[in-house]
Ligand binder design. Sequence first.
Ligand SMILES: [Zn+2]
Length: 63
Amino acid sequence: MAENVPQHTHCHICMKAIPIGETYCSEECKQKYQSMAKRRKLMVYLMYGMLAALIVVIMLYNR
Ligand SMILES: [Zn+2]
């Protein structure tokens, strides 16, 4: 199976074909990605917080 498509990659946000070496097709997609990454980081902190709370609850129950 030979693919005769010129080397390219895809925008991480909208999956549009873009030249190799690029990550996003536009400034808009770059900003979208950055706000998404920020939200994901927030979720991770939230999960850690919930885990810590859970551990405290378990420890209180086991006393
Ligand atoms: Zn894009």
